[in-house]
Design a binder for this molecule. Structure first.
Ligand code: AIR
Ligand code: ASP
Length: 252
């Protein structure tokens, strides 16, 4: 494979310059981290599963008219996406209490919330992605008031879509995180869903048994992460039954 310019290396993905201006190749690694990278491991096949699953969700969003960065999948580990400026926020939507919110507010995990709750965290690994309010976001200029309205609307549309898709395969969407990108079209700018949507960025519980099918399996040492993600992929028809994700390939 031709040498490409690496633009950014994150914890779970690497970004390379794309073949055309305004495009980026997003490479999904097998690396798993949690608790701000204090816990880390390499989980064979995770990158392949997340690449396929993120493709599936982003394509679905495109079908229902929710703008996002996905262009097309290139191979088992890479997808072509639209280059965008990432808004420095993690946008979290919660339908049931879990994780940091359950802990912060002393609510039992799994408690249904009266309505979807949207939270914003400032994207900064060194600070551990702290929770911030819209006051901080406006005061520090991370996003404008109009941006925040657009972000809220995108987040809730993604929530309705993902909740429905998951419901269809017997999975409860407890919560998820998305990132938002800014793209410029002539004189206009627009916000789109970026980064990835995968079991790394959602909490997914089996509706019948409550079994966790997301990154908490890794965070809390609950068994095989690949098995959990494969189960999600199998239910959605993203991976053919019995198919095993390939070993990582060296690309540069
Ligand atoms: N998330 C937040 N930062 C990174 C990720 N992946 C996701 C978690 C969970 C939701 O956001 O995977 O689905 C809320 O996380 P937490 O830890 O705040 O409860
Ligand atoms: N904050 C992310 C998580 O716990 C990743 C990380 O901390 O490395 O999922």
């Amino acid at each position: 494979m031709a040498r490409r310019k690496k633009i950014y290396e994150g914890k779970a993905k690497t970004l390379f310059e794309g073949p055309e201006p305004g495009t980026i190749v997003q490479y999904f690694k097998d690396d798993a981290t949690a608790f701000n990278a204090e816990k880390r491991d390499v989980i064979e096949g995770k990158g392949v599963l997340n690449n396929m699953l993120s493709e599936y969700f982003m394509n679905g969003l495109t079908q229902i008219g929710v703008p996002n960065h996905f262009i097309r999948r290139l191979n088992m580990r890479e997808q072509l996406v639209r280059a965008c400026e990432i808004v420095p926020l993690e946008v979290i939507v919660r339908n049931f209490a879990a994780g940091s919110m359950a802990k912060r507010l002393g609510i039992e995990e799994g408690t249904p919330l009266p309505r979807p709750i949207v939270e914003y965290c400032y994207k900064d690994d060194a600070l551990g992605d702290p929770l911030v309010s819209e006051e901080h976001i406006a005061a520090f200029g991370w996003a404008s008031q109009q941006d925040m309205e657009d972000i809220l609307s995108l987040a809730l549309r993604v929530n309705d879509f993902l909740s429905g898709v998951m419901f269809g395969v017997g999975i409860k969407l407890v919560d998820f995180k998305i990132e938002i990108g800014r793209v410029y079209e002539g004189d206009y700018q627009r916000l789109i869903v970026a980064d990835e949507i995968s079991p790394d960025s959602c909490r997914l519980w089996d509706m019948e048994t409550g079994q966790k099918l997301d990154k908490d399996v890794f965070r809390r040492d609950l068994g095989s992460l690949t098995d959990a993600y494969s189960e999600v992929a199998r239910r959605l028809g993203v991976m053919p039954k019995g198919a095993t994700p390939m070993k990582p390939t060296l690309i540069n």
